[in-house]
Design a protein around this ligand. Structure first.
Ligand code: SF4
Length: 453
């Protein structure tokens, strides 16, 4: 087992049997199911809309090389600056260098899954660059020095009491504050940061090849506040966010907001950024970070059509048992598991096991992605590449050698039934799984006895 696999397995064992955690996750799951049950009623034909969305994203992938160049040309023509980053290291240093060149002192940042993926915040902290996260959920997580456990609902694993306690530690407030009072404290801290900010770092939902537009959706207005007065705006975005035309957002944005808990199933604010604001410099940092590798993988590249609605992990029984932190991935749950294959088989091996193939995720996916099939495909490739769990392979090989021959199997069953052997198998298969007990007499032994009597 890889080192990451061992850590993953230990963390899973710990969290899966934490009653309090289970209670919170179950409550979240039930609330989501209640809200999601009639999402489709907002569409006269949701299947058609899902197919349209899937086709838009696939068309973009087909002509990616052209569309990316179109996007870059249009951003430059609109007055922006484009930078290309091959991997996480390059992206982080690129942003660090921009901040240095622009003499940025007061930096605010909005939610970005990509920033989590490349580890931007810990990197800037290491470089002694002070950045304030302005998304409320992410802001709370950073008070714990934690990556958000759920990209769509960052601090969902924290209770009001947890937040009051950490705020009391960090800001000297009472540890008995109500939810409303906690929001007031958050706003106060962030408003001071907005007024002093000279640079904003944001993500983007989509980027448009035809026009160079950058589409950003949000719930809190913190992106608008962050960029209102800053002299520099850096947009950090993955190359997978490219769409061909501006009209495509009519289909994609409502679907990506399908599971928003508001009555209108939409985010509160949508921004189409066409050019830098007055007296503002606009940088677009386009990041690959193994996305090209993912595009070259068939059929797993389909996961790149994901529009990050969050539906799949919120219905996933594994995610709802172990929570988001255990995955140690910017995007926990099924999406991150599939994408991990682009980082190498060893990196992906332990995550590929975290799926029960229930296929519930597929029912809720607005992009019609056959998520379970892609996970299965990862498993097949990992097994072929020998990155699979070594201990498990040894046990399977031992059993398979005996299964090949009936007499050998009959001889081995007593050995397999022995307690110490079961304990050994459980080490690999999990202490909470029951290993079946072989019958005292196999069918062939019974048959032989009956026919000879
Ligand atoms: S894979 Fe589908 S359900 Fe999951 S986040 Fe992406 S679009 Fe949503």
């Amino acid at each position: 087992m890889t080192e990451k696999g061992t850590i993953f397995s230990q963390n899973v064992k710990q969290i899966a049997f934490d009653g309090e955690h289970r209670k919170r996750m179950t409550a979240r799951y039930e609330a989501f199911m209640l809200m999601a049950k009639d999402c489709a009623k907002y569409y006269s034909n949701i299947s058609l809309e899902k197919s349209r969305a899937f086709n838009i994203r696939n068309k973009a992938f087909k002509y990616y090389d052209k569309y990316l160049v179109d996007f870059e040309t249009n951003v430059i023509n609109n007055g922006g600056i484009v930078r290309w980053a091959c991997d996480a290291e390059e992206a982080k240093y690129m942003i660090y260098n921009i901040l240095n060149d622009e003499k940025s002192k007061n930096i605010v940042k909005t939610k970005s899954i990509l920033a989590e993926e490349i580890g931007l915040m810990p990197f800037l902290e290491m470089k002694k660059v002070d950045v304030t996260e302005t998304d409320t959920g992410d802001f709370i997580c950073y008070q714990y020095n934690e990556r958000p456990s759920d990209p769509n609902h960052s601090a969902a694993d924290k209770t009001k009491e947890d937040v009051a306690e950490i705020y009391s530690e960090k800001f000297g407030t009472s540890d008995k504050l109500s939810a409303k009072q906690l929001m007031t404290v958050t706003r106060k801290v962030l408003n001071d940061k907005y007024s002093a900010a000279d640079t904003a770092i944001t993500g983007a939902d989509f980027i448009v090849a035809e026009t160079g537009d950058i589409i950003i959706s949000e719930d809190e207005g913190n992106m608008l506040k962050s960029t209102a007065n800053t002299k520099v705006h850096i947009v950090l975005v993955g190359i997978d966010k490219l769409i061909p035309n501006l009209d495509d957002i009519n289909v994609l944005l409502p679907l990506s907001s399908l599971y928003e808990p508001t009555n209108i199933r939409a985010k509160s604010y949508y921004t189409i950024l066409n050019k830098p604001a007055k007296n503002q410099k606009l940088y677009v940092v386009l990041v690959d970070n193994n996305r090209s590798t993912m595009f070259s993988k068939d059929p797993q590249r389909i996961i790149m059509t994901c529009i990050e609605c969050g539906g799949c992990h919120r219905v996933c029984p594994v995610f709802n048992t172990i929570g988001g932190h255990v995955y140690d991935n910017a995007f926990p749950g099924p999406v991150g598991m599939i994408q991990k294959i682009a980082d190498g088989y060893e990196e992906a091996a332990h995550l590929a096991t975290a799926c029960s193939s229930c296929r519930q995720c597929e029912e809720y996916c607005p992009m019609n992605i056959k998520i379970s099939d892609l996970i299965l495909r990862n498993r097949i490739e990992i097994a072929r590449e020998d990155a699979n769990l070594l201990g498990e392979k040894r046990v399977i090989n031992f059993i398979m050698k005996r299964v090949d021959n009936r007499k050998d199997m009959d001889k081995t069953k007593d050995f397999l039934n022995r307690l110490e052997m079961k304990q050994l198998i459980k080490k690999t298969w999990g202490v909470h799984k029951e290993i079946p007990t072989f019958a005292e007499k196999s069918f062939s032994e019974l048959y032989t006895t009956l026919t000879t009597e």
